[in-house]
Write a protein that binds this ligand. Structure first.
Ligand code: HEM
Length: 209
C-alpha cells in the first residue's frame, strides 16, 4: 500500500515538473514575442524554439522506456503520454507559427510549400504522424484499437528519423546542431535495434508475399 502511494506521488511530482518545464518556456516565448522583445527576427526565433522544443520532447519521450528498463523504474512509463502530448503541442505551434507569421495564413502558399520544398514535405509527414499518435493516446481509443494501437505507435521511431532529416535539410549553414541531434536519434534507436529489425523484417516479408 505504502509503496503504491509513494509510486503515485513520484508520478504526480514528475508530471508537475514536466508541466512546468514544458509549459512555462512556451508561455515565456509568446510573452516576449507579443511584447516585441525577441530581437531582430522574432518569427525565426519562434519557429526555431518551437521546432527544437518539439524535437527535444520527442527524444525525451523515447528515452523514457530504456531508462525505465535499465534502472527498473516502471512508473516512469506513466509520464510518456504527457511528454508525447507536449511534443505534439510544440510541433503544432511550430506549424501554426510558420503558417501565421511566415505565410500570413495563405493556405495555397502553405500547400505549395509542402509540395515544392522537400524539407517541409518531410516535416509535414512527421507532423501528421505525431498528430495521429497524440489523438490515439486517449485511453478509450487505445482500448478500441487493440493490437493496431501498438503498430501505430511504433511509428514514433520513423518520426524521429523524419524530424532529423527535416532539421538537417532546413538549416542553411550551421550543421553542428542537426548532426548532433541526428547522432542522438541514432543512439536512441540503437536501444531498440532488435525491435526495429523485427518490424522492418515483417514489413518487407509482407511486401514480398
Ligand atoms: C513533428 C514535426 C516537426 C518538428 C519536430 C520540427 C522541427 C524543426 C526543427 C528542429 C527545425 C530547425 C530549427 C532551427 O534551427 O531554426 C525546424 C525548422 C523549420 N521547420 Fe519544422 N518541424 C516539424 C514539422 C514542420 C512542418 C510540418 C513545417 C511546415 C509545414 C515546418 C516548418 C519549418 C520551417 C519553416 C523551419 C525553419 C527553416 C528556416 O530556418 O528557414 N516544420 N523544424
Amino acid at each position: 500500500m505504502n509503496k503504491k502511494i509513494s509510486t503515485a506521488k513520484k508520478v504526480l511530482m514528475l508530471k508537475v515538473v514536466i508541466h512546468l518545464a514544458a509549459f512555462l518556456p512556451l508561455f515565456n516565448l509568446y510573452y516576449l514575442a507579443f511584447n516585441d522583445l525577441l530581437g531582430a527576427d522574432p518569427v525565426e526565433r519562434v519557429i526555431h524554439f518551437t521546432g527544437i522544443g518539439a524535437f527535444n520532447l520527442l527524444l525525451v519521450t523515447l528515452t523514457i522506456s530504456p531508462i525505465a528498463k535499465k534502472f527498473k523504474q516502471g512508473y516512469l512509463l506513466q509520464v510518456r503520454r504527457l511528454l508525447g502530448l507536449y511534443a505534439f503541442s510544440y510541433a503544432f505551434m511550430h506549424v501554426l507559427n510558420f503558417l501565421a507569421f511566415d505565410l500570413q495564413f495563405a493556405w495555397w502558399l502553405f500547400f505549395n510549400e509542402i509540395v515544392k520544398r522537400p524539407y517541409i514535405t518531410i516535416g509535414m509527414l512527421a507532423f501528421v504522424l505525431v498528430a495521429a499518435l497524440a489523438i490515439t493516446s486517449l485511453n478509450s481509443l487505445k482500448r478500441k484499437m487493440g493490437k493496431s494501437w501498438q503498430n501505430l505507435h511504433n511509428f514514433s521511431y520513423l518520426i524521429v528519423v523524419l524530424v532529423s532529416i527535416h532539421f538537417y535539410w532546413s538549416v542553411k549553414s550551421e550543421l553542428i546542431s542537426p548532426l548532433f541531434y541526428f547522432l542522438l536519434t541514432i543512439i536512441l534507436l540503437s536501444f531498440r535495434y532488435k525491435k526495429i529489425k523485427v518490424l522492418l523484417g515483417s514489413l518487407f516479408s509482407k511486401r514480398q508475399s
